[in-house]
Design a protein around this ligand. Structure first.
Ligand code: SF4
Length: 330
């Protein structure tokens, strides 16, 4: 992939929260590169650091959250080296985000048209209002919503239509990079399927790179070409999605997630999971943070944190994969 243009580059990124016990890292030394027109999935249980990472990339961290180490580059630009004016011009125009809840991403007292046109005009200085309305209409066509919805308020639309409007606003300025944070979680299965198909279609047309965040393994594997698996703030495995099936050798946590997907056979459905729950970040287990839950842990796992080891076209952080060369980027 080295000949492809990097769009997102996370270099030893750590993001922490200031607490009474000191700084607690929710994202811990993450290296990740996403290339032009690529969809990379990010998966992990609640509290694994997925959303903190997304908000850090967008420079939307709130309250006591802060970058404690590393850099974030989007389309070659250091996101935290920009002044506020540069950031305002860059965000949404070059990098955009589709949030989990369409209702909270939209302004309830403004029509769809006003919200779309305002977003476009805020960045396209030379554009007239009429041209912006035309662009907004084209965007509704792209996400397959009737142009009549322009005059609607968010509460007048169905959940699926609202999420399509949010996607339309995110791609309004042709960004090179879009984060999709659980974009269909709140929707029923049929609407979810139709929106996911549309996202894939639009991404091919508009050619942006995507970080697709979800806790649903089968969905991520279907959407993305590579998948990053996050546990306790670290990307503990990076792997091509076509390798994600039971029987292939993976990090024990990844294998647990794969077993947690319901398996259908002619006469039964089985669901196996991962025993225990994710660790408390304030008090992470020594060594490999997964060791209290790991069915194949060995003595060294309790004392030494595993390093990133190349595996297939990615990496894995597990002592059982040692003996192979360490890597810096995944
Ligand atoms: Fe399990 Fe040890 Fe590998 Fe961690 S390093 S996943 S505890 S075997």
């Amino acid at each position: 992939m080295s000949d492809r243009q990097p769009i997102l580059e996370l270099d030893h990124l750590s993001v922490g929260y200031q607490t009474s016990a000191g700084i607690v890292n929710a994202v811990n030394d993450v290296n990740l590169t996403i290339y032009k027109e690529e969809i990379v999935g990010l998966i992990g249980e609640s509290g694994s650091g997925k959303s903190t990472m997304a908000y850090a990339i967008m420079r939307l961290l709130k309250g006591d959250a802060l970058i404690t180490n590393g850099t974030i580059r989007v389309m070659g630009k250091d996101v935290y080296a920009m002044n506020l004016k540069e950031l305002r011009a860059f965000r949404w125009a070059q990098m955009a985000m589709v949030f989990q809840s369409a209702m909270s991403a939209l302004n309830p007292v403004m029509t769809v048209q006003t919200q779309m046109v305002d977003t476009i005009l805020a960045h396209k200085k030379g554009m007239t209002r009429l041209q912006a309305i035309e662009r907004a209409n084209q965007l509704l066509d792209i996400v397959r919503i009737d142009r009549k919805a322009m005059q609607s308020y968010p509460h007048e639309l169905s959940g699926g239509m609202r999420q399509r409007v949010v996607i339309a606003i995110a791609i309004a300025l042709n960004p090179g990079f879009v984060i999709m944070d659980e974009p269909t979680t709140a929707l029923d299965v049929v609407v979810q399927r139709s929106i996911l198909d549309q996202i894939k279609e639009i991404q091919k047309q508009e050619k942006f790179a995507v970080l697709f965040i979800s806790h649903d393994f089968s969905l991520v594997a279907e959407m993305a070409s590579r998948v990053a698996i996050m546990y306790a703030g670290r990307i503990i495995e990076m792997t091509p999605s076509q390798t994600l099936q039971l029987g292939e050798r993976h990090h024990p946590y990844t294998e647990g997630l794969l077993r947690a997907i319901p398996h259908l056979s002619a006469d039964n459905i089985t669901i196996e999971g991962i025993p225990g729950s994710p660790p408390n970040l304030v008090n992470l287990p020594r060594g490999c943070a997964f060791h209290p839950r790991c069915p194949v842990a060995v003595d060294v796992c309790k004392d030494q944190r595993p390093k990133a080891i190349p595996s297939g076209n990615g990496h894995v952080e597990c002592h059982l994969f040692e003996g192979e060369q360490e890597v810096q980027h995944g």
